[in-house]
Design a protein around this ligand. Structure first.
Ligand SMILES: O=P(O)(O)OC[C@H]1O[C@H](OP(=O)(O)OP(=O)(O)O)[C@H](O)[C@@H]1O
Ligand SMILES: O=c1cc[nH]c(=O)[nH]1
Ligand SMILES: [Mg+2]
Length: 212
């Protein structure tokens, strides 16, 4: 049952098409990397559709007019290393002034518990809307730890964006971080005995960086 999950699924046809290509085992590193960049841009486009706007007065070459400009909090992008790095460039193309912080987190293959190894953030995280990015939400351990870390550092407004999610991970974030809105392109079926998402797409970091 997934009716109880609080998450928004981005079902745009281009996102779904590209995700299918990424899932295919024959898709190599070059294509996987390009697809992740493209899909991240499309997802960022969707999740930013409610950003607040304000009217400004401008002069075009033809006439004076009132036009819209962004008026919200400043933004920050937080990739969870390594795999989250593959989502950065696509989003930066859409929001070129976004500040980028890095959280290094890997999942211990035996315990499946997250291990933090790096954290470098913009100094003013409390004043920013942060988009935390990681292609895979499996047990939710890495995401939950990264979100707790950001809150400890003062972050107040955070959005979490992943590509593929498992019900177990969504439930974990819903419980531990009920204030955080989660976006995904897919809610997959389950986790397997090794904590991998089924059907998933395998190890996103390894496929992205060619370290299989
Ligand atoms: O929800 P969880 O059970 O915590 O699993 C998800 C985490 O696992 C992967 O990272 P990984 O540990 O493989 O590190 P990597 O990005 O360096 O490959 C993935 O990118 C997430 O960060
Ligand atoms: O399926 C999974 C689970 C965790 N991390 C990945 O990269 N893939
Ligand atoms: Mg990995």
């Amino acid at each position: 049952m997934t009716d109880d999950l609080k998450i928004s699924v981005i079902d745009h046809p281009l996102v779904q098409h590209k995700l299918t290509l990424m899932r295919m085992e024959e898709t190599g590193t070059k294509d996987f990397r390009e697809l992740l960049e493209e899909i991240s841009m499309l997802m960022a486009y969707e999740i930013t559709r409610d950003l607040p706007l304000v009217d400004v007065s401008i002069n075009t070459p033809v006439a004076k007019c009132s036009s819209k400009t962004l008026n919200g909090k400043k933004m920050g992008l937080i990739p969870i290393l390594r795999a989250g790095l593959g989502m950065v460039d696509g989003i930066v193309k859409l929001i070129p002034t976004i500040k980028i912080g890095h959280v290094g987190m890997y999942r211990d293959p035996k315990t499946l518990k997250p291990v933090e190894y790096y954290c470098k953030l913009p100094t003013d995280v409390a004043e920013r809307t942060l988009i935390v990015i990681d292609p895979m939400l499996a047990t939710g351990g890495s995401a939950a730890a990264a979100l707790s870390l950001l809150k400890e550092k003062g972050a107040k407004h955070i959005i979490y964006l992943c590509l593929v999610s498992a019900p177990e991970g969504i439930r974990a974030i819903n419980e531990m971080h009920p204030d955080i809105k989660i976006y995904t392109a897919s809610i997959d079926e389950k986790l397997n005995e090794n904590g991998y998402i089924v059907p998933g797409l395998g190890d996103a970091g390894d496929r992205l960086f060619g370290t299989l």
